[in-house]
Design a protein around this ligand. Sequence first.
Ligand code: AP5
Length: 217
Amino acid sequence: MPNIILLGPPGAGKGTQAKRLVDERQMVQLSTGDMLREAKTSGSEMGRKVAAVMERGELVTDEIVIGLIREKLGGAAGGGFIFDGFPRTLAQADALGQLMADTGQKLNAVIEMRVDDAALVARITGRYTCGGCGAVYHDQTKPTAVAGVCDSCGSDKMVRRADDTEEALRTRLMEYYKKTSPLIGYYYAKGALSSVDGLAEMDVVAGSIATVLNSGD
Ligand code: AP5
């Protein structure tokens, strides 16, 4: 199975599409954001260290996130990894290349999800997720069928992220343009980059991603 990176600014739809690939292709989602939020909830020392940084919308240190990914890749058999929200800096991209080589794996595609910044505010401020299974919803574009009840697992625990405010989004976007967007050129130069229109309907975006994945079969 291919190993891919979903690359794009906050709210581009990385998590939404990663979850579809998990369901439809049995791929493995590796979201550093989810891992860090789990660490926060567990009350671990690392979780306490990163909580305020995440809430402000800044990036946590390369050392911490590379450590998280190293742990996951070390223990996982096979492939089919979807890197969601990682790498986010050139140092993280170099480290991922090394980790893949060390574990005998290959990166098959880097999919850039292109969106318009103006659309991101509405996407981020309207987002909520299921506290039971992590399914992603939106007040306007993807509400649950029954208000407050998850379509996938039936949980009635819906959560909104502490960093999903307009103010934190501005910082997250600035971090993206300063530190993450150079990865578009980095992976283009490696011949690994494909771009899809992240502003299209969710099913259309999924179709564009499938085309990229199938072209590598
Ligand atoms: P992380 O959790 O990775 O957040 P992010 O990159 O800001 O991305 P989001 O999860 O906000 O957006 P998404 O692209 O997944 O969009 P989604 O599918 O949910 O990181 C959070 C924080 O953790 C960072 O700020 C940083 O502090 C830290 N961190 C994480 N990784 C790190 C790393 N590698 N290095 C350093 N620090 C790190 O969609 C958004 C909404 O839009 C949803 O409501 C959805 O329903 C809706 N939507 C999705 N697609 C569509 C569509 N096509 N049409 C209409 N609506 C749509």
